[in-house]
Write a protein that binds this ligand. Structure first.
Ligand SMILES: [Zn+2]
Length: 311
């Protein structure tokens, strides 16, 4: 069994992954530890006294006091699927450990399931990961930058004026050691003060200190109670060369790399890419030591549904 809850190795290698999560029993232990880090608690009466009952292959916890039964996978996206936990964990591994997006077709080959299953698994995981992002609130030091992404109509204007480009706010929270902790990437209607004020109220804690360039609209983060530390970016000094924007630049360059060659994609597709990209932000925007731990731990935690239905 793994030490701590889901103690993934830095830059988790495939062999380490197989060592830690290569069997159904290891995956069950990891899921149990993730759901009940201090041991099982009955959701009905909060008693810790329980026994294990097996319904076929399904591990079920039965309360010794009120006899309520809860399966290991109840209230998670693994519930009521025929796919083994081993396959789910493998899918999470491949979806979070590779820099490039894994297609459903690749996933089918990698984990040995039919295309339909691979497609469902991929979309379910992407969905829960993006739902988890939606509840993210950034605090502490937060690097913020503006970006335009998306294609352009044939013959249309390129760059900032392009009618088919979507404005986004990119933001990365860093800790005291300067390491990236969380990132959000949000489409906005425009870079107006009103839009940025609304964005800040949604995504930032009042304790956040926003580090941005001099773009006037970013002053509006103070509407959410945040401190604002604009950095002077001159003509000689580009924001991409400035250490204070290191992580938000990494985030943006990863997205732009991903979108190269996709200029003709519609706005909708670009928005869908955000889900993909939020996974990368944890991976490619994070130093190696965070990569395995952060991404897989989050994706596993995200597999828990917000409204669990107990058996
Ligand atoms: Zn009970």
């Amino acid at each position: 069994m793994t030490p701590n809850q889901l103690q993934f190795q830095p830059g988790l290698s495939l062999s380490s992954f197989l060592h830690d999560y290569g069997t159904e029993a290891l995956c069950e232990a990891a899921l149990e530890k993730s759901r009940w880090p201090k041991g099982y608690i009955c959701p009905a009466c909060e008693s810790r006294s329980h026994c294990i009952v097996w319904h076929g292959r399904v591990k079920t916890f039965q309360c010794n006091r009120c006899h309520t039964q809860v399966t290991l996978t109840a209230g998670t996206i693994f519930h009521a699927t025929k796919l083994s936990l081993v396959k789910w964990f493998q899918a999470m591994y491949f979806m979070t450990q590779t820099k490039n997006n894994v297609s459903a077709l690749e996933l089918k080959r990698l984990i040995g399931v039919c295309y339909r299953t691979a497609w469902r698994v991929k979309h379910k995981l992407a969905q829960v990961m993006s739902e988890r992002e939606e509840t993210t609130i950034l605090s502490g030091r937060v690097e913020v930058d503006d970006a335009y992404l998306g294609g352009q109509h044939p013959g249309g204007k390129a760059g900032r004026g392009s009618e088919n480009k979507v404005p986004f706010v990119a933001a990365v929270e860093t800790n005291d050691q300067g390491h990236p902790m969380r990132a959000v990437f949000t489409p906005v209607k425009s870079f107006s003060s009103a839009e940025i004020a609304a964005w800040a109220l949604n995504w930032l804690a009042p304790t956040a200190t926003v580090v941005s360039d001099g773009l006037a609209c970013f002053r509006a983060v103070t509407a959410a109670g945040c401190a604002h530390a604009p950095q002077i970016v001159g003509t000689k000094r580009k924001s991409t060369d400035m250490d204070c924007f290191a992580w938000v630049n990494t985030l943006l360059s990863n997205i732009k790399t991903a979108i190269v060659g996709m200029e003709k994609l519609s706005v909708l597709v670009v928005l869908l890419l955000v889900v993909r990209f939020l996974t990368w932000s944890r991976l490619t925007g994070s130093p190696a030591y965070l990569r395995g731990q952060f991404a897989l731990k989050n994706s596993l935690a995200a597999t828990r549904l917000s409204n669990p239905c107990h058996r």
